[in-house]
Design a protein around this ligand. Sequence first.
Ligand SMILES: [Zn+2]
Length: 263
Amino acid sequence: MRVLICTDLEGISGVCVWEQTREMTSELYQDARRLLMGDVAAAIEGCREGGAEEIVVADGHGGGFNFIPEMMHPGARYYTGRARPRMSEYISRFEGFDAAILLGYHAMAGTPDGMLRHTQSSRAGNRYWYNGRESGEIAQSALVYGSVGIPVVMVSGDTAACREAREFLGEAVVTVAVKEGLGEQCGVLVPPLAAHTLLREGAREAMARVEQCRPFVMETPIQGCLRFPDKSTADGFQPRRSTRVDDYTFEAVFEDARFIHEF
Ligand SMILES: [Zn+2]
């Protein structure tokens, strides 16, 4: 069995303030990278225990290089670095993988109890709809993996991210909550060491649910909508394939879900 673990940073255990995820020169960001490597290692161990033979961990946060090489668990290979290829090129590398895990994800922009909630840009406040359904990064990633037949079998993050995952992906997906949001940058945290146990057990269980989880798909062509919270941000946006429909909004048609990020 071949498994892809796609990581983000905002939903990693122990991460709860923006400074941990935005400021690459901050000590708190360096702490967050170590926390990320801990959650990744726990998920790898669970996947291995559950029968995964090949694991690739993809570094998904920001445009940056978030992994710490000397902390890479040896049970996987790591896809990372700057100026990465487009999502549509990235996903073609992983055709034939059996399952995907979204590790350290967060709820979409506008979710009241979502810690570090956002969709794509954590500063701009963008919001996205596909075929009329507002979608965050969990659904976006699941759609891209679904476009090549890969089901998402597990999602970790805060309780809001886990709820969002079940709403989009169904009850078969394993969800592992490592914190509960009380505000955008405040919550009740599961200690990382305890979270690692949950992540390991969750990943092992997820390997047993691969057959029950279906790839997440939407009817094509997909009607995409991107909305900015203010006109000045929208004015600065350079559309690739979308059309501006008002001061805040761009619309695009995607023939295939692998292109849904390419507004
Ligand atoms: Zn992120």
